[in-house]
Design a protein. Structure first.
Length: 197
């Protein structure tokens, strides 16, 4: 693929970005304390660094003001039209360091998150696991006092649907008292997983 260079939006006189995700400075004259106050700066490809969020960054310096720029956003601004004014840039293949123009697209936060989950299969570190794998789920075995019927109640939602309050169930377990005609005891996860198979 042929490398095509476009000016970086907002930095047109100083930097260019390519369709392959490379960034270069333009040849220019800069002020300097030596050599009668000016010096010639040659064009060069900038070496990106990996930011804490996993995206590649380059450092720009214009009029002695330094700023870090995300490479994927520079590529998207230069090469991809954004008529819907979407605020984020999505990496289609999920590789945050792959900044080729064909791997990028403008997206809303919702579209970006949905793509990560539905297409790439990512579950965020702040997203809870489902069912018994969620550490916040407190499965209990409920025994009806009058009939002796036993049932597994896996989570808060199921307890609520059955008319039980999570707080009251927790209190009934702690105090060893019945609640709404039922006796509750904690269920062991290993036993539950074995029973589910």
């Amino acid at each position: 693929m042929t490398e095509i260079w476009h000016p970086c939006a907002g930095f047109e006189t100083h930097y260019e970005v390519s369709n392959l995700g490379n960034v270069r400075s333009l040849e220019r004259v800069a002020s300097n304390r030596h050599n009668n106050g000016v010096r010639k700066l040659p064009s060069r490809v900038l070496k990106p660094c990996l930011g804490s969020s996993g995206y590649l960054l380059v450092s720009f310096c214009v009029d002695n003001v330094k700023s870090n720029q995300n490479v994927h956003r520079l590529v998207a601004r230069a090469f991809i039209e954004n008529q819907a004014n979407k605020p984020q840039v999505n990496h289609k293949n999920g590789v945050k360091t792959d900044n080729r123009v064909e791997n990028l697209e403008w997206a809303t936060a919702s579209e970006n998150g949905l793509h990560s989950y539905a297409v790439l299969g990512n579950v965020g570190k702040n997203k809870p696991a489902f069912g018994l794998k969620n550490p916040k789920v407190k499965p209990v075995i409920a025994t009806n006092i009058s009939t002796g019927e036993q049932m597994l109640v896996a989570g808060t939602k199921q307890k609520t649907e059955m008319g039980f309050s999570q707080t009251c169930v927790d209190k009934a377990i702690r105090e060893g008292r019945p609640y709404k005609g039922w006796v509750f005891r904690p269920a062991r996860i290993a036993a539950l997983e074995g029973a589910a198979q």
